[in-house]
Design a binder for this molecule. Structure first.
Ligand code: BYC
Length: 351
């Protein structure tokens, strides 16, 4: 029994079906490639036409400076989230309850590093280097997702992260597979396919615990109680307070608003929680026939702002760890650069 077996995630209309459709649309857009604009073309008008026609902006294309900056901000924040996001789960690699669980978790955490790399590479196509982006994170001038500032207290938290955090990530990222910027859309397709496996492994951990001893079930419920509202907050502030949504949607970077995606996530989770036999910690959660969606209690957005601005339960610990890991990895980067330089000079001698 997996988290998406009954939400129809693999079905054509389900989330993975949407990823497949986005991939096909991306290929079709590439085939319709308009090539570079002629010399006398108004570049701003050409950019608007490409966006209107649902084609992709590529690194070679002219783009408004604000579009470029917005993409760098969002993609970098996303990349940093993948890298910082390795910490809460990495915390459990040495304490996973079996060899098999340990191997799976290790692979998952490595996947997150890979996602960070795809995303840094996508950001680099916008004319900023990975070194610069890493410095911006380490200096606290760029953000990462609020969710990774919460602690993982028990093994069930690893399950809750997979089910809820990766689940929220998929709901947020599937529409990004149709983002107007080609390199970001392509990175997202690959990321979403992998995230789907992550979500399933988390759900399976919780399913096992929820059908285990009373103490294990209580541990699973406690994890759901602690991760539910922070997961809802991952989608960002409510639409009324979202500074970037309107412009990002006009540019087709974002395809849905923060509130629309949050609603979609809640609607997806209710049936999944029922199969787990766990209770979503919201006494006001109920089906609204008129809206054809669940009514639910919003997360505490003041808490979200506190966490975003550096005052969450683990912000300091996460950044200290990242700075230390970066400093301790300096010799690896130097060795890799020296090796690459040596290869280049060997090739030159051979040529
Ligand atoms: N946390 O105008 P808004 C993962 C900021 S990785 C922190 O709505 P936007 C995973 C926002 O940046 C998950 N900050 O912004 C990894 C803005 O501040 P600035 C990461 C947040 O960009 C490992 C301000 O609040 N996913 O899933 O239109 C293991 C106003 O917000 C948050 C992504 O990054 C937040 N939750 O919409 C497991 C997805 N929310 O920049 C899992 C890509 C808002 O003006 N990003 N802010 O200083 C997005 O889709 C959008 O950037 C957001 C926000 C929906 C997050």
């Amino acid at each position: 029994m997996y988290g998406n077996d009954f939400s129809g995630e693999d079905a054509p209309g389900g989330l993975l079906g949407e990823v497949e459709a986005a991939e096909a649309a991306l290929r079709a857009a590439a085939e319709r490639d308009r090539g570079a604009p002629g010399q006398d073309v108004d570049l701003a008008a050409y950019f608007a036409e490409v966006i209107d026609a649902d084609q992709k902006i590529e690194p070679r294309d002219w783009m408004p400076e604000a579009y470029r900056r917005t993409l760098i901000r969002q993609i970098a924040q996303h990349a940093h989230s993948e890298i910082i996001g390795m910490q809460p789960e990495g915390n459990w690699i040495s304490r996973a309850p079996s060899l098999k669980r340990k191997a799976i978790l290790l692979a998952k955490v490595q996947d997150e590093a890979g996602h960070g790399l795809y995303l840094y590479a996508a950001a680099e196509t916008l004319g900023i280097s990975r070194d610069e982006l890493v410095d911006l994170l380490l200096e606290g001038r760029q953000k990462y997702s609020s969710i990774f500032n919460y602690p993982t207290l028990t093994w069930a938290d690893v399950g809750a992260i997979g089910w809820l955090v990766d689940g929220a990530a998929i709901v947020n990222q599937v529409p990004l597979c149709r983002c107007s910027y080609g390199p970001y859309a392509r990175a997202m397709i690959r990321v979403c396919k992998e995230e789907s496996f992550h979500q399933r492994q988390g759900y399976e951990i919780l399913h096992t615990l929820a059908h285990g001893t009373p103490a294990q079930k209580a541990m699973a419920q406690d994890a759901l109680d602690r991760w539910w509202y922070p997961s809802l907050a991952m989608f960002g502030p409510p639409d009324s307070d979202s500074t970037h949504s309107a412009q990002s949607m006009a540019w087709k970077i974002k395809r849905f608003s923060n509130d629309e995606l949050r609603q979609r996530f809640v609607d997806m989770c209710v049936g999944q929680a029922e199969v787990l036999g766990l209770t979503i910690p919201d006494p006001d959660l109920r089906w609204n026939d008129e809206r054809q969606a669940y009514d639910f209690t919003q997360p505490d957005y003041d808490e979200l702002m506190r966490v975003i601005t550096g005052d969450g339960p683990c912000n300091r610990q996460r950044m200290e760890h990242r700075r230390r890991a970066h400093a301790e990895g300096a010799w690896v980067r130097e060795a890799a650069a020296a090796y690459a330089a040596k290869q280049v000079s060997k090739e030159k001698v051979a040529a």
